[in-house]
Design a protein around this ligand. Structure first.
Ligand code: AMP
Length: 285
């Protein structure tokens, strides 16, 4: 496994693999890797012959007062996990390498429609930071395929839109959510939860399961499904609900009815103390 910290060295490693005729895959991450990330790596190795993982805590996607400084950074563990998972290249740039002009003066990519709803209401500059860094990573690695998690549902919808709008020649693959045995979606931020919040966090999963069950039993009124989503989270003492929505799978438009021919997804977000957790589930195929 190669570890590159500069853009030229990452490019050189990938170009060599490409010259050997290998199909290039990329898994962008912020590190503090867990089994969810490793599932993406595994999928990447299935779909490509050369697996690159980027580890970059992207300052441009954190707002003021968010956890940029305290976000977990455990490079040695991450490298061990990547090596064991059969990764070919870890790209671990510094912030100066990715933003030579500094974040305030950087060129940004905006994906208007999908950036300022849901997560984007609470984090107004988050998605332009995500889109910008991912396009930069695509330019550096030029992957044939890039794997993202369904865990960050809005993120993958926005990145698909960006790639389509800017004609980026990469296939975006989305991997299902990997969960803890009790159902909490794995996240590098789960370590922030105290025992009470950790117990309370299961309300998200309960809410989604109840919504999936209601739709499977024939419920098609999206407002009733929203109520089903809200109630376990609102009755959980440790949680403050941010949103519980039923949306179109591609456009993220709020739905009135759940109907055949239009895939519906439930999105939830809640705060547990200072920690925000998000989760989602497909309601229809
Ligand atoms: P992050 O390091 O949190 O930026 O995540 C890097 C990638 O891993 C993103 O595409 C996430 O959606 C994905 N990811 C994070 N947690 C999970 C999970 N529990 N299951 C599936 N994918 C995940």
């Amino acid at each position: 496994m190669q570890v590159a910290t500069t853009i030229p060295s990452a490019r050189q490693a990938v170009e060599q693999a490409r010259a050997e005729g290998r199909r290039i895959g990329l898994v962008p991450t912020m590190g503090a890797l867990h089994a969810g990330h490793l599932a993406l790596v595994e999928e990447c190795r299935r779909l490509a012959d050369y697996a690159a993982v980027s580890i970059f805590v992207n300052p441009a996607q954190f707002g003021p007062g968010e956890d940029y400084d305290r976000y977990p950074r455990v490079l040695e563990d991450d490298l061990r996990m990547c090596e064991a998972a059969g990764v070919d290249l870890v790209f671990k740039p510094s912030a100066d390498e990715m933003y030579p002009r500094g974040v305030p003066d950087a060129t940004f990519v905006e994906v208007p429609g999908l950036s300022h709803v849901f997560e984007g209401v609470i984090r107004p500059t988050h998605f332009r930071g995500v889109a910008t860094v991912v396009l930069g990573l695509f330019e550096i690695v030029r992957p044939d395929v890039a794997v993202f998690g369904q865990k960050d549902y809005q993120q993958q919808a926005l990145l698909r839109r960006m790639v389509e709008d800017l004609h980026v020649p990469v296939e975006i693959v989305v991997h299902p959510i990997v969960r803890e045995p009790d159902g909490l979606a794995m996240s590098s931020r789960n370590i922030y939860l105290d025992p009470d919040q950790r117990r309370g966090s299961l309300a998200l999963r309960r809410a989604l399961e109840a919504a999936v069950a209601a739709v499977a039993a024939g419920e098609s009124d999206a407002d009733r499904v929203r109520q089903i989503l809200r109630s376990p989270i609102e009755s959980e003492g440790a949680a403050v609900l941010d949103y519980a929505e039923v949306v179109d799978a591609l456009s993220l438009e709020k739905l009135g009815r759940i109907e055949p021919g239009r895939t519906a997804v439930a999105l939830v977000a809640a705060r547990f103390g200072k920690t925000r957790l998000i989760d989602n589930a497909r309601l229809t195929e």
